[in-house]
Design a protein around this ligand. Structure first.
Ligand code: IPM
Ligand code: MG
Length: 358
């Protein structure tokens, strides 16, 4: 039987409870397919803080190194430690630290827009439309201003540097064109090439790569124009490739289209080990209440099956099961509306419902 080792890092906030639902779903997949998931839990973020005074302890690093994939929950706490210097240091912030640790360079942030939930989308109904669709944001995760020098040369000046090299851009360009080729054959690349030198290199590399993909309709967009276009006519987009900082911002914009952050999974590809996490935050206000939406975490598990374990059929099973729960009107509180004949479910009941459809 095939065996995969999964490092389960629930983190803090709602991480623990939504991860439990994703594990439930993985156990259903084990039953259906000839496969075993060896799931080992580890501490990160606010969950690691009380014991280690550190957000990404050595023990967790060892666990990660001995795993085939990481299923990550969420980190945000503890809120009262946020102002301690260790917490503010970017490199020690647990999510940035673990991305760096695994060498994460390509980040997939799919935003699935269900027609059944379009009343939760803040865009006008004639703009979001009445057909389901998905926008895939592909964010470069290892370079740009995030991992440049950050300093205060004097008390009154601040410095952040942004660097990109050709090989890093080449890697995401190839990946993005391949993704576009497999989907609707449309790719938008985002930059600020009218101002930034890193963006001019980005555009040069993407344009050269486009010659290898004659079937893909390729567009360059300045980031300021891109956000306008995304709000005015989101359906023109399918795959969007972005440098690190612009991808951070653009993916927050697209994350509102599905109507709840609880619907968005993500994948971050490292050198060897990949990390899968919901796009939403740790939502400490609803922690422990069993009301969080586990779909983002369950989608992240599906991405893990697809991209780390090549279990495409099982991943499709999960996607179909989620779709079915939505189509049949099962809702957690974040996507529930009174008087629409829907059934409101707790976090754990939503997990059970999805399992039942697998
Ligand atoms: C994200 C987050 C992180 C980022 C923060 C928490 C450092 O906003 O994953 O998008 O900026 O990458
Ligand atoms: Mg962000």
């Amino acid at each position: 039987m095939k065996t995969y080792k999964i490092a389960l890092l629930p983190g803090d906030g709602i991480g623990e409870e939504v991860c439990m639902e994703a594990v439930k779903v993985l156990r259903c997949i084990e039953e259906k397919y000839e496969v075993e998931f060896k799931i080992t839990g580890g501490l990160i973020g606010g969950a690691a803080w009380p014991e280690y005074g550190n957000h990404f302890p050595e023990e967790t690093k060892i666990l990660v190194n001995n795993s085939d994939a990481i299923l990550f929950g969420s980190v945000g706490g503890p809120v009262d430690a946020q102002f301690e210097p260790q917490w503010k240091d970017c490199e020690k912030n647990s999510i940035l630290a673990i991305r760096k640790f695994i060498g994460a360079s390509i980040n997939l942030r799919p935003a699935p827009i269900f027609k059944e939930l379009s009343h939760f989308c803040p865009l006008r109904s004639d703009i979001i439309g009445n057909e389901s669709f998905e926008i895939l944001v592909i964010r470069e995760l290892s370079g740009g201003i995030y991992f440049g020098e950050h300093s205060r040369p004097t008390a009154d000046t601040a410095l952040d540097t942004s660097t990109y090299d050709r090989a890093t851009i080449q890697k995401i360009a190839q990946f993005s064109f391949q993704a576009a080729q497999n989907r609707k054959k449309t790719l938008h690349s985002i930059d600020k090439a009218n101002v930034l030198e890193t963006s001019r290199l980005w555009r040069e590399v993407f344009e050269a790569e486009s010659k290898n993909w004659p079937e893909v309709k390729f567009h360059n967009l300045y980031v300021d124009n891109a956000v306008q276009q995304l709000v005015k006519w989101p359906r023109q987009f399918d795959v969007i490739a972005c440098p690190n900082l612009f991808g951070d911002i653009i993916s927050d914009l697209t994350s509102v289209f599905p109507g709840s952050l609880g619907m968005l999974g993500s994948a971050s590809f490292g050198n060897k080990i990949h990390l899968y996490e919901p796009s939403g935050g740790s939502a400490p206000d609803i922690q422990g209440l069993n009301v969080a939406n586990p779909i983002a975490q369950i989608y992240s598990a599906a991405l893990m099956l697809r991209h780390s374990f090549e279990m495409h059929e099982a991943a499709n099973d999960i996607d179909s099961a989620v779709l079915k729960t939505i189509q049949l009107g099962f809702r957690t509180g974040d996507i529930y509306m009174e008087n629409k004949g829907e059934t409101k479910l707790s976090c754990s009941d939503m997990g059970d419902k999805i399992c039942a459809f697998i």
